[in-house]
Write a protein that binds this ligand. Structure first.
Ligand code: HDE
Length: 738
């Protein structure tokens, strides 16, 4: 069991009445190649030991190797088993990775629900979480501009509960029947399968123009939210409207939110583009590395709740998934925390076969009439039975930790061996009667319904622009500029003038200035008439990423490159390395090649990577220790200079000491970026310098605060704030060729 479910699951399994025999059986399912010894022998799948793994059975003579014998069962099994290794990839969200951990509520939500997972503060619920992109296929790059999936499976003692969410709180469509259209429009075009994992193409934008309810969502996907720095630094949203019922039988409409402890941070676009080629697994590795290093990602779990009686009190329909519930109207109440502390042991069985269904809820949690959610509830189960098979819920990663007992039988790859003579109800033994409410049965909420059958939606669903404006108005000036740049990029990839000229017209419905600027970049004429759907410049809280800086400034898990060549200043190097490690950052030593590099004092270091093999895009900051000889050598190495310029262009903090200070100053070459000429640390546009770094001035644990004065303190503060936005505001990044 250790490879499949954490110890906590075992505890829950016992609490839920899973006896030792069942637990033992699960244990046997996990093989661990790490536990194998050279004495262990390879067997066929049916358990027979094999004489070799290397040769197919054939007729051989001394001078001739004859044909393969098809009678070889070992060879046949090995190859044919391999031929069938793939299952169909997910029709959307195919590219992703997962981790495991636990969920706990620190404040009971008993006023809203009787579900113990949300009320019992002493309970720890095991979770599996899968993050993904939407459009790309399984082997596509992590850093593309796209929505990110954020799907959580809670293995509760009352059954599995899945919140299958995204990192953006709204969706492109209001009614499930449009899902195939929005996905077909976004996926590679049908005639040539181009482009992969991109929304930058004619069909996507053609659909966005013609399907006005997508307007709010595409504003989010053109923002920095769609290029996260890390899965660990993005919010998660249930998007749809769910319901909670409390023990008094009262019902609330609710939305669920995850907010990361590390803050909400993004890549910059040029970096995202480059990473897609330089390190397509950037997000997957980042999650894995953080967990392996013990820097476990954490999210706060929040609920927005609206009493049933207030359903119609808003100027939007609260069942419309293209709308947020603005925080100003319905504040989020944070009641729980999720921590991910375990990487998968095997990708296929634990990530590829991990199967979510929005229809999986536990007593106390229910659905609403959100027309998107209702369709999803049908779709996910359907997709799992075609992707994995009808018995997908028996697989170790999907199996509930509580007992499962029903009369479902048979089907491909049924695992459970069920004893007894009856598989129907009612039966002569009275086996398996229904549970009562006291025993935890799931009871449908007795909702009263009236209306006529119609293919329609209520009137409030028709407003498609107010919240798109609200979103744009709520962004910071830098974020707005990024939205403009994103449109300029995306529409430049649309060759059909019909598409980009119409999109310019659509943008005028949101912001005339935005439409004008995009038109200047890509062509087209924005209409000169007044914007139709004015929301009078209203703004909302909790939309700009700037409002989620993180729980506390930290550099834990941030990657920092230290550039070294022969002659580097050993004191500065060792000091920085030690300070970074103490702060749980990940220092990466980068040299001209992977041979040992010798410091000024004769000590040596073995670089982790070299300038050409690794790139500045893969780190959060760079540090260059002084040393006359090394500064001179770096100045003559074009790739090293590119490291400095590129990190500057991508708004990253750059630290330099001693002779490296002048090197950095000259390489950036901008008079407004000043450097220190003394033993006093100086910070200028995120470039932190000191002429003489005295080791005795450095404490073991560096304080990370705005008012910090020491070199390491300033350097760490820069990294903790993620990017130096002042550099972009002053337009300095674009003055440096990178
Ligand atoms: Fe999904 N979606 N979706 N979706 N979705 C799938 O299920 C679907 C929607 C989301 O990591 C599929 O197992 C319909 C909204 C995530 O395994 C499929 C509709 C949101 C994942 C499916 C939606 C999502 C999926 C494909 C509109 C955000 C990945 C493979 C009615 C709240 C889960 C699979 C994972 C996956 C259908 C809309 C999020 C086909 C029909 C809205 C995170 O069943």
């Amino acid at each position: 069991m250790s490879g499949l479910v954490p110890e906590t699951v075992q505890k829950v399994a016992h609490a839920a009445g899973l006896g030792p025999r069942e637990s033992d059986k699960l244990k046997q399912l996990a093989h661990d190649t790490k536990d194998m010894t050279p004495q262990d022998r390879v067997t066929t799948d049916y358990g027979v030991k094999q004489p070799t793994q290397d040769d197919w059975l054939k007729i051989v003579s001394e001078d001739h190797t004859g044909p393969l014998l098809l009678e070889d069962p070992f060879g046949r099994e090995k190859i044919m088993r391999f031929d069938h290794e793939r299952i169909p990839e997910r029709v959307v969200h195919a590219r992703g990775s997962a981790a495991f951990g636990r969920f706990r509520v620190f404040e009971s939500a008993s006023d809203l629900t009787f579900a113990p997972v949300l009320t019992d503060t002493s309970r720890e619920t095991p979770v599996a979480v899968r993050f993904s992109t939407v459009l790309g296929s399984r082997g596509s790059a992590d850093t593309v501009r796209d929505v990110r999936g954020f799907a959580v499976k809670f293995y509760t003692a009352e059954g599995n509960w899945d919140i299958v969410g995204n990192n953006i709180p709204v969706f492109f469509i209001q009614d499930a029947i449009k899902f195939p259209d929005v996905i077909h429009a976004g996926k590679p075009e049908p005639h040539n399968e181009v482009p992969q994992a991109q929304s930058a193409h004619n069909n996507f934008w053609d659909f966005q123009f013609n399907h006005t309810e997508a307007t709010h969502m595409f504003m989010w996907t053109m923002s920095d939210r769609a290029i996260p720095r890390s899965y660990r630094m993005m919010q998660g949203f249930g998007v749809n409207t769910f319901t909670l019922v409390n023990s008094k039988g009262e019902r609330h409409f609710v939305k669920f939110t995850w907010t990361p402890e590390l803050g909400v941070h993004s890549l910059v676009w040029d970096e995202a583009l480059k990473l897609a080629g330089q390190d397509p697994d950037f997000h997957r590795k980042d999650l894995w590395e953080a967990i392996a290093n013990g820097v476990f990602p954490k999210w706060k779990f929040g609920i927005q709740a609206i009493p049933e009686a207030d359903e119609h009190k808003f100027d939007f329909d609260i069942l419309d998934a293209t709308k947020i519930w603005p925080e100003d109207l319905v504040p989020t109440r944070y009641i729980g925390e999720m921590i991910l502390d375990r990487n998968p042991d095997e990708f296929f069985t634990q990530v590829e076969q991990l199967a979510f269904c929005t229809s999986h809820v536990v007593p106390g949690i229910g659905f609403s009439d959100d027309p998107l959610l209702q369709g999803r509830n049908f779709s996910y189960f359907d997709t799992q039975i075609s992707r994995i098979g009808i018995n997908f819920q028996e697989l170790p990663i999907n199996r509930p930790v509580c007992p499962v007992m029903n009369f479902n039988r048979d089907g491909a790859l049924r695992h459970a061996i069920t004893r007894g003579t009856v598989n129907y109800w009612p039966n002569r033994y009275g086996v398996c009667p229904a549970a009562s409410t006291e025993e935890g049965a799931y009871l449908e909420y007795a909702q009263k319904l009236a209306g006529v059958k119609a293919r329609a939606r209520s009137a409030k669903f028709k407003d498609h622009f107010s919240q798109a404006q609200l979103f744009y108005n709520s962004l910071s000036p830098i974020e707005r500029r990024h939205v403009l740049n994103a449109f300029a990029f995306e529409l430049d990839h649309c060759e059909d003038p019909e598409v980009y000229t119409k999109m310019v017209i659509r943008l005028a419905d949101i912001d005339p200035q935005l439409a004008q600027s995009v038109a200047e970049m890509v062509g087209g004429d924005p209409p000169t008439t007044e914007v139709k759907h004015k929301n009078h410049g209203k703004r909302a809280k909790a939309i700009s990423q700037d409002e989620f800086p993180g729980a506390a400034p930290t550099i834990a898990s941030r990657r920092v490159a230290i550039l070294v060549v022969d002659g580097y200043d050993a004191v500065a190097y060792k000091t920085a390395y030690a300070a970074l490690t103490t702060a749980l950052a990940v220092p990466l030593v980068i040299g001209p090649n992977r041979r040992k590099v010798t410091a000024s004092d004769g000590s040596t270091v073995q670089p982790h990577h070299h300038f050409e093999g690794f790139r500045s895009t893969m780190v959060d900051a760079i540090f260059i220790p002084g040393g006359a000889k090394s500064a001179q050598a770096l100045a003559g190495n074009g790739r090293a200079l590119h490291w400095i310029r590129e990190a500057f262009g991508h708004l990253k903090t750059i630290g330099a000491t001693g002779e490296a200070v002048d090197l950095v100053h000259k390489t950036i070459g901008l008079p407004s970026v000043t450097v220190s000429a003394s033993g006093e640390a100086q910070e200028s546009y995120g470039v932190v310098t000191i002429k003489e770094l005295r080791p005795e001035s450095l404490s073991e644990a560096v304080t990370i605060a705005k008012e910090a004065t020491g070199f390491m303190e300033k350097f760490f503060y820069g990294i903790a704030t993620h990017r130096c936005w002042e550099r972009e505001l002053a337009g300095l990044n674009t003055l440096v060729a990178y």
